[in-house]
Design a protein around this ligand. Structure first.
Ligand code: AMP
Length: 520
């Protein structure tokens, strides 16, 4: 069997990162062809070219009509709900994501000088089935064998080596990136990770801090010259990159200065870290409130945490670290680069998965040195627990209100596999059959939920009203829901398969469609 090469991909809303395991068995970030360690998740359509990365990002203000960014927010939406058209071609979110992944894969191949075959791709903990499936499809369209989709906080825990520790622990992952904020509390017990709670704000990130500086400088410019420098696209874009640079400086220096020129006029604005922190206090307060909410959801006290992991470039900011230190007595884990932790964890998981595959099949596909480096971690494969993204319920009849309602069998965010068993009474006397209507959704009104199917069982004659019917829901790892109804010795079982991505021939067709575009 030919050799395989796996990478770990942190497919981010604003930036993506790729890592691999080098010949010394160490995880390393793979720089892109622009020699950057992270790649902006931005696409610029230029004729039959799709340009991904910094070049696309720098054009995002000047040529917004040819740019796609924040695709991650659209993942899982069908084409009717989200699509972008360029040069008479219509792209779905999966296809656009596939273009970003293709750039990451191609650049990795250039750097590694070998074909990349496999990948573990990370997704936010709150991603639902559709969003996860779309991510798998995007990977396939980019020509990758997607070994697994894992949660970003899980990947961070693997990068910090928590999977190697023997003691059980409760971990708080604080992830503040360029455009999103996520907090997840996980319990790690014997290499098994369970998510206790997750929360976040998917419209809060580094860009909001940058915008505060942009607006401050624009106000100063207006005060000095009576003109708004943000009305001109070029000037706006310039100021944005200056603001970002100033923010980065304020992470290591107590003060900085910005000069902005527009229309032959300029202003110099001094900004201290203290002033910047005051102006952005409302943003950090938002983060704090979310942290407190997630602790309440997990029913934990701060003193019960064993570790706090920092993920995302914004956690380099002193004000973020101070806020967390005030909340939690646990020392912050800082030995992994916060904007690389997720990709690093993903690549470790990829190798462990491939080792496991080797063991099962007996076929050796990994380089010998990698196998040796990782065999000591045998059995340390982090088991990924997927969660249900929606409540799976059954439609019942309410005798008092005289209307139908949805009874939740398996609640949203339950770990998969999940099983639930309940007994219900027949709605009327002498019913010939008990018909169970299976639905998915959070509402108690059947009309607001998605119908997944029905399952019915024959009933013996002359049964009184309220005769017991047993109902069992089993949702397994392959996202198949099995429903069994049993009454008076009769039983019926059905399987409902959830959508798990495109069929191979569909992937091949969509791939052909994308092949006409060159990606750089
Ligand atoms: P990520 O999406 O995790 O790569 O996070 C990127 C965000 O982190 C961007 O908003 C960056 O401006 C920000 N960032 C990166 N490094 C620093 C730093 N040293 N200080 C403040 N913000 C930073």
């Amino acid at each position: 069997m030919s050799q395989r090469k796996a990478i770990g991909i942190d497919l981010g809303t604003t930036f993506s990162a790729v890592a691999h395991i080098d010949s010394y068995g160490k995880p390393q970030i793979i720089p892109n062809s622009e020699n950057e360690r992270i790649t902006p998740s931005v696409i610029l359509f230029d004729g039959s070219n799709a340009i991904v990365g910094t070049l696309a990002k720098t054009n995002s203000v000047a040529e917004p009509e040819r740019i796609v960014d924040f695709v991650k927010r659209e993942m899982g939406k069908p084409k009717e709900q989200f699509q972008r058209a360029f040069e008479d071609k219509v792209y779905s979110a999966e296809e656009l994501s596939a273009l970003i992944l293709r750039k990451l894969k191609t650049d990795a191949e250039k750097f590694l000088r070998c074909p990349v075959t496999d990948a573990v791709i990370t997704v936010p903990a709150y991603f639902n089935d559709a969003e996860r499936t779309a991510t798998i499809t995007a990977g396939q369209l980019a020509g990758l064998n997607v070994l697994q989709i894992i949660n970003e906080p899980t990947a961070a825990a693997v990068a910090y080596g928590l999977d190697k520790l023997d003691q059980d622990q409760t971990v708080f992952v604080f992830d503040l990136g360029g455009g999103t904020f996520d907090v997840t509390i996980m319990r790690i017990e014997g290499h098994k990770i369970t998510m206790l709670a997750t929360n976040g704000d998917h419209r809060l990130g580094g860009k909001d801090w940058d915008d505060v500086i942009v607006n401050f400088v624009a106000e100063e410019f207006d005060r000095a010259h009576g003109e708004n420098p943000l009305l001109d696209l070029q000037s706006y874009q310039d100021l944005q990159s200056r603001a970002l640079a100033a923010k980065l400086q304020l992470s290591s220096r107590p003060r900085t200065a910005l000069v902005h020129s527009y229309n032959g006029k300029s202003v110099k604005v001094e900004l201290t870290r203290e002033d910047f922190e005051k102006r952005t206090r409302h943003l950090i307060e938002k983060c704090k409130t979310i942290c407190e909410m997630v602790m309440q959801e997990a029913k934990l006290k701060w003193s019960e945490l064993n570790k706090v992991l920092l993920v995302g470039g914004m956690t380099r900011m002193p004000m973020v670290r101070e806020m967390i230190a005030q909340l939690s007595p646990v020392p912050l884990a800082t030995d992994v680069n916060p904007d690389e932790a997720v990709a690093v964890g993903a690549t470790i998981q990829a190798i462990l998965l491939m080792l496991q595959e080797e063991e099962k099949s007996g076929a050796k596909t990994l380089p010998e040195d990698t196998r040796q480096q990782f065999s000591s971690r045998e059995g340390a494969l982090m088991q990924v627990t997927n969660i249900t993204s929606h409540t799976l319920g059954v439609v019942l009849w309410d005798d008092r209100e005289l209307e139908e309602y949805v009874f939740p069998m398996i609640n949203k965010m339950s770990a998969i596999p999940a099983t639930a068993k309940n007994y219900f009474g027949t709605a009327n006397a002498n019913m010939p059959r008990a018909v169970v209507r299976i639905v998915e959704g959070e509402s108690s009104l059947p009309g607001e939920c998605v119908s997944l199917g029905t399952c019915d069982v024959e009933l013996p004659p002359f049964l009184p009203k309220g005769s017991p019917v047993e109902l069992v829901y089993e949702y397994n790892e392959n996202q198949i829901l099995e429903v069994a109804v049993q009454a008076c010795g009769n039983e019926t079982k059905i399987s409902i398969e959830r959508n798990t991505g495109l069929a191979p021939h569909e992937v091949a067709r969509a791939k052909e469609g994308l092949a006409t575009l060159s990606v750089s």
